[in-house]
Design a protein around this ligand. Structure first.
Ligand code: FAD
Length: 396
C-alpha cells in the first residue's frame, strides 16, 4: 500500500480550520494541507461578531473558552509571530438580567466560572453604570461582570493562523472545492476536487454549514445540522458607544440582545434568539425593517441616547446549528480517518484556538487536553445533549 500524500488534510479555512491546520503542524504532523473552496475566512467567520467570553452555563464550554482566551491574550507569542494580530479589545463583558429564571441562570453561571478560577463578579447597578454609563438599569436585578473578556476579529485571527501555518510549511489551497471524500471500506482516505485527488492519513472536515452536504454525499451519514440566518445591525447614536465600554448581554430583553462597540463609536447589536433556517448558499440577505425596529426598540430601552440612533449598516450571517446548540468534535461513529468539527451554533469563534488544538490532537492520535467525549456525535441518539441553564441558543 502506498503511503498517503498528507498526514492531515483540513477541509475549510475558517477560524476553526486555520487553527486546526496550524496546530496539526505544530503538534508534529509533517505534511498538512488546508483547502477551501473560497478564500481564507471568507465563510461564516467573516460575518462573526467575534465576542469573547467565558460566560457559559455549559461547563465544558467554559473550559474551551478559557483556554482560547489565553491564546487571544498572547496571540503573537503563541503563534511565534510578533506581527500576528487578532484585533483583541479587552473591554470586558457585562451580562444583565431581571430577577427571574434567566437571572438565576446568570448567577449560577457566574458562580460556576468562579469555581473554575475565573474572575466573574456580581456587581450592583451603580458599579454597572460606572462600567457602562449609557446603561439604563430599570427592571434589572442582576449584573454580572467578566473583566477578562471582550471581542476580537475573526478574519484577522483566521488569516494570522493561516499565515503562521504557511510559515511552518502547511500547504494552503484556496478556490478549490472538495467535491467528495474518498473512502476505502469504512475509512476515509482522502479528498477529491476538480483538480484531482489528495490522499491523507486523516481528514479533518470543518466546513461549517456546508458540512452535511459533503458528509452525506460522500459517506451517507445524515448529520443533524441546520443553517440559520441571523441579523446584525450597527447603530449610530448621538452619544458614542466607546471601545472601552463592555460587551453587553441583555438577558432581560425580549430577544436576549447582545451588543458591543463597532469601529470607534457605533454599536453592533443582534438578537440572541433562534434564527431562520435557510439555504447555506444564501450568504447575505436584506435585514427586514421589522427586525431592525424590534431590535432598535430593545437597544433604545437599555442604552440612553440610542432612542435617537440611526442605522449605520446591516448584514446577515449563518449559524451552523445542532439540536443542542453545541458542536460535534471528533470522529463520526463507524468511520476511521475522519475527524469533524461542526455545529458551532453562533459561538465558535471564541472557542476556535482550543478547538483547533483539540481536533489536531485527536487527529494525530494524541491524548486530548480536554475530553472530547461530551461533544461526541453519538450524544444526539443517546439523549445526552449539552444543554445548560439557558436552554437552546448561542449563549449556551
Ligand atoms: C452573525 C454571526 C455572529 C457571530 N458572533 C459570534 C461571536 O460573537 N462570538 C463567537 O464566538 N462566535 C460567533 N459566531 C460564530 C463564529 O463566527 C463561527 O462559529 C466560526 O467563525 C465558525 O468558523 P468555521 O471555521 O467553522 O466556519 P467558516 O468560517 O464558515 O469556515 C468554513 C469554511 O469551509 C469552506 N468550505 C465549505 N465547503 C467546502 C468544500 N466542499 N470544499 C472546500 N471548502 C469548503 C468554506 O468556504 C468556509 O471557508 C457568529 C457567527 C455569525 C454568523
Amino acid at each position: 500500500m502506498t503511503s498517503p500524500a498528507y498526514d492531515i488534510i483540513v477541509i475549510g479555512a475558517g477560524a476553526i480550520g486555520c487553527s486546526a491546520a496550524w496546530h496539526a503542524r505544530s503538534l508534529g504532523a509533517k505534511k498538512v494541507l488546508l483547502i477551501d473552496r473560497g478564500g481564507i475566512a471568507e465563510g461564516t467567520s467573516s460575518q462573526s461578531s467575534s465576542i469573547l467570553r467565558t460566560h457559559y452555563s455549559v461547563r465544558e464550554n467554559v473550559e474551551l473558552a478559557r483556554r482560547s482566551w489565553s491564546v487571544f491574550t498572547k496571540f503573537g507569542e503563541y503563534l511565534d509571530d510578533p506581527q500576528a494580530e487578532c484585533g483583541l479589545n479587552r473591554c470586558g463583558y457585562l451580562v444583565v438580567a431581571a430577577d427571574d429564571e434567566r437571572g438565576e441562570a446568570v448567577r449560577a453561571s457566574l458562580a460556576q466560572q468562579r469555581t473554575m478560577g475565573i474572575e466573574a463578579n456580581e456587581i450592583d447597578a451603580k458599579q454597572a453604570r460606572e462600567i457602562l454609563p449609557l446603561l439604563n438599569t430599570d427592571g434589572l436585578a442582576i449584573f454580572g461582570h467578566e473583566p477578562e473578556a471582550g471581542y476580537a476579529d475573526a478574519y484577522l485571527t483566521a488569516t494570522a493562523f493561516a499565515r503562521a501555518a504557511r510559515r511552518l510549511g502547511v500547504e494552503v489551497r484556496q478556490g478549490e472545492a472538495v467535491e467528495s471524500l474518498i473512502t476505502e471500506g469504512s475509512r476515509v482516505t482522502g479528498i477529491r476536487t476538480k483538480a484531482g485527488t489528495y490522499t491523507a492519513a486523516m481528514v479533518i472536515c470543518v466546513a461549517n454549514v456546508w458540512t452535511n452536504r459533503l458528509i452525506e454525499s460522500s459517506i451517507g451519514v445524515s448529520i443533524p445540522l441546520v443553517a440559520e440566518r441571523h441579523e446584525v445591525v450597527a447603530f449610530e447614536a448621538p452619544q458614542p458607544y466607546l471601545p472601552s465600554y463592555p460587551v453587553l448581554k441583555d438577558m432581560a430583553s425580549e430577544s436576549m440582545v447582545y451588543a458591543r462597540c463597532y469601529g470607534r463609536s457605533q454599536l453592533l447589536a443582534s438578537p440572541g434568539l433562534v434564527g431562520h433556517a435557510t439555504d447555506p448558499d444564501e450568504r447575505q440577505a436584506d435585514v427586514p425593517l421589522d427586525i431592525i425596529a424590534t431590535l432598535g426598540e430593545q437597544v433604545a430601552a437599555r442604552l440612553s441616547s440610542f432612542d435617537q440612533a440611526g442605522v449605520a449598516s446591516t448584514w446577515t450571517g449563518l449559524y451552523d446549528v445542532t439540536p443542542d446548540w453545541n458542536p460535534v468534535l471528533g470522529p463520526l461513529p463507524g468511520w476511521q480517518g475522519l475527524q469533524v468539527g461542526f455545529g458551532f451554533s453562533g459561538h465558535g469563534f471564541k472557542l476556535s484556538p482550543a478547538i483547533g488544538r483539540l481536533l489536531a490532537q485527536s487527529a494525530l492520535g494524541l491524548p486530548t487536553e480536554v475530553p472530547l467525549a461530551p461533544y461526541r456525535y453519538e450524544r444526539f441518539d443517546e439523549g445526552a445533549l449539552l444543554i445548560g441553564r439557558y436552554g437552546k441558543g448561542a449563549v449556551s
